[in-house]
Ligand binder design. Sequence first.
Ligand SMILES: N[C@@H](CCC(=O)N[C@@H](CS)C(=O)NCC(=O)O)C(=O)O
Length: 226
Amino acid sequence: MAGAEDDRRFSPNCWRVRLALLHKKLPWEAIPWRFTEKDAIAFSGQGKVPVIIDGERIVTDSWAIAQYLEETYPESPSLFGGVVGQGLSRFVTDWVETVLYPGIAPLILLDIYTHLHEKDKKYFRETRERAIGTTLENISGDREQRVITFRKSLAPLRQTLHYQPFLAGQAPAWADYVVFATFQWARCISPFPLLLADDLLFSWRERMLDAFDGEARKAMGYPTSE
Ligand SMILES: N[C@@H](CCC(=O)N[C@@H](CS)C(=O)NCC(=O)O)C(=O)O
């Protein structure tokens, strides 16, 4: 998912998959795609990214892709750490989708819009305003207030990071990627500071930005400093 520039890759669901591929040490080629280029992914039978093509296989949906990679490449480092870990990883994914993603979206929706390619802007505004029931300007207008409540909602993450350096334990795995991808989405497209520098989560995000030789930090986006 690219913005105005080909190198501005901001989709949170694609970042999940990119980090999963790095974790699995699998090589890939990423093809830039935009909201209105539905024809380019019609072969997948749906209209959203990520889509992966692995030989004869086409897999869509970030969670389905993670499971596919885990099953197909069992000799590569595990994303979940076994059956119990997979169950807990599903829980973290659902927490991201029901709490974290809806918490961040209103803070950055207008910034997403301004960073899109011209050909995507009308589609994005129409679909998102229909979904949120107000304008992009309205939803992002009170973000200085809204971010305070958002930061409080991150307490479960903060509490876990008191015990261990990563959400998955001593090293990052799917639970970290699915949470981090949501922060990376924001960083790639918005200068708005989501985290304060003295927050444990701020340091965790820095560790994640440095993972895999700084793959996420090297991506086009805004600095994480306040
Ligand atoms: N459940 C899917 C959601 C995929 C999704 O919503 N992708 C967004 C980008 S992050 C998209 O392609 N949106 C296209 C659109 O809204 O038209 C997953 O986890 O991959």
